[in-house]
Design a protein around this ligand. Structure first.
Ligand SMILES: Cc1cc2nc3c(=O)[nH]c(=O)nc-3n(C[C@H](O)[C@H](O)[C@H](O)COP(=O)(O)OP(=O)(O)OC[C@H]3O[C@@H](n4cnc5c(N)ncnc54)[C@H](O)[C@@H]3O)c2cc1C
Length: 413
């Protein structure tokens, strides 16, 4: 049994902590935030690998995992169907995963209000200091502390998030308040709408209390919109009192003026079904889209995983699945090689290239999505072709492509 510290108590950290605990290790998790992290995320696309990681983490997987859909659809600006595709998926929510993973992990090992500020190591031990003055030691440290990882800042300060040039408006809208037209033509599908240079997508997720009954569900949306880094982005990340949040604006602080403008634009350029969803979403929020591409994810007795290691833009729908995979690989090599730097290095050898491929795949999908404005011609045949490609490539299971090193096609669109 090894003494292992996990930094970050979101989905990645909880995957690692649960799996390592079930392998018999003495695991302590350090999380910066106080209280529940619930309310942070929205929808999540599941893949088969995610179910495998959940089982490894001790979480039973059954029909209550999410809302199944069987079709994808692309809507034109007038609401008409531009294309359809059969593609079954189970869609769930960030908070559903968080609760399942959190409930599986002993609360006395999940320490909150622990902001890690410094990490050091010698041949046998990692030493961690937190902002509140507390200190911890372990044989290994697994850092899943997110896109602006404090651990990564110490071991690899050159790796920085790079802004992708666009933001995502996100939110969930109650099924019960939507019109029959939107329910009939969109709600039960993984839907898309493709204004020039932009992309809207959405899908149904469980409602309050993980209720998946018709009438009780919600529609989750993500609307990607370009925003210049030094002008529009700064304005979007500034609240109504003039406070600027460069690392991300809290959901409830997004300016009502931006929400109002966004809804107005939705009326002009999105399918009416999506415009209705945006109008009726109580608290839309926004996130800037970034890439994080690491050249190294293992540093002696310290390993980076999850968003601390790589962030692929959400078009791949892989953030949570990747974190679950990485946690399983870390645990596998610790089981084989003990709590040693060699075990972490074996993890790094197996996952570095895969992580880089996920980032490259996400950049490729993002470029394609943004290029439509300049490349796409307005004739319906071309729009239909674009719609088919977008539907076929967004948030699909790319495990086989990754295994073959083909996550980014040689030919571009
Ligand atoms: C606000 C938010 C919403 C998200 N919504 C979705 C979604 O809807 N769909 C989806 O697929 N993915 C979503 N993601 C991404 C998804 O959760 C991640 O890809 C996945 O959980 C793996 O990320 P992670 O756990 O490594 O990092 P994160 O989820 O970013 O979590 C990092 C954790 O580390 C903690 N932390 C940060 N710094 C320190 C420190 N110095 N000391 C201690 N703890 C620290 C943070 O408080 C946080 O809990 C979301 C992420 C966030 C942060």
């Amino acid at each position: 049994m090894a003494k292992i510290l996990v930094v970050g108590g979101s989905l990645g950290g909880l995957f690692a902590a649960n799996i390592l605990l079930r392998h018999g290790h003495d695991v302590t998790l350090l999380e910066k935030a106080l209280g529940s992290l619930d309310g942070r995320g929205a929808g999540i696309v599941t893949h088969d690998a995610l179910a495998t990681a959940l089982l490894a983490a001790g979480v039973p997987v059954d029909d209550t995992l999410g809302v199944p859909v069987s079709k994808r659809v692309t809507l034109g600006a007038d609401g008409a169907i531009l294309g359809e595709m059969d593609l079954p998926h189970v869609l769930t929510s960030w908070s559903r995963f968080y609760h399942m993973l959190k409930e599986s992990f002993p609360s006395e090992r999940y320490l909150q209000g622990k902001t890690v500020t410094s990490v050091k190591q010698d041949a046998d031990t990692v030493y961690v200091s937190c902002e509140d003055g507390s200190q911890y030691e372990a044989e290994l440290l697994i850092a899943s502390d997110g896109i602006r990882s404090a651990v990564r800042a110490q071991v690899a300060p050159d790796i920085q998030p790079e802004y992708a040039g666009y933001i995502a408006w996100r939110g969930v809208c109650d099924e019960a308040c939507l019109s029959k037209y939107t329910l009939d033509t969109l709600f039960n599908r993984f839907g898309f709408c493709l204004p020039n240079g932009e992309q809207m997508l959405g899908y149904p997720v469980a409602g309050s209390g993980n209720d998946t009954r018709p009438g009780k569900r919600r529609y989750n949306f993500v609307w990607y919109r370009p925003a210049s880094e030094h002008d529009e982005l700064v304005s979007l990340l500034t609240d109504d009192d003039g406070h600027y949040y460069p690392a991300g604006i809290p959901p409830l602080k997004v300016s009502w003026k931006h929400i109002s403008k966004m809804r107005q634009k939705a009326q002009e350029i999105l399918a009416p079904q999506y415009a209705e969803i945006l109008e009726k979403t109580a608290a839309p929020f926004l996130q800037a889209i970034y890439d994080v591409r690491s050249e190294q994810i293992v540093f002696g007795r310290i390993a980076l995983m999850g968003d601390a290691a790589f962030v692929g833009r959400p078009h791949v729908g892989m953030g949570v699945t990747k974190a679950g995979d990485e946690a399983m690989v870390i645990a596998k090599y610790i089981a084989q090689l003990g709590a040693t730097p060699e075990a972490l290095q074996a993890y790094g050898n197996e996952r570095l290239l895969l992580g880089q491929q996920v980032v490259a795949r996400a950049q490729y999908l993002g470029r394609y999505m943004q290029a439509q404005g300049s490349k796409g011609s307005p004739n319906s045949e071309n729009l239909k072709r674009n719609a088919d490609t977008v539907m076929a490539e967004t948030a699909i299971d790319i495990s086989d492509l990754l295994a073959q090193g083909k996550a980014v096609p040689e030919s571009t669109h």
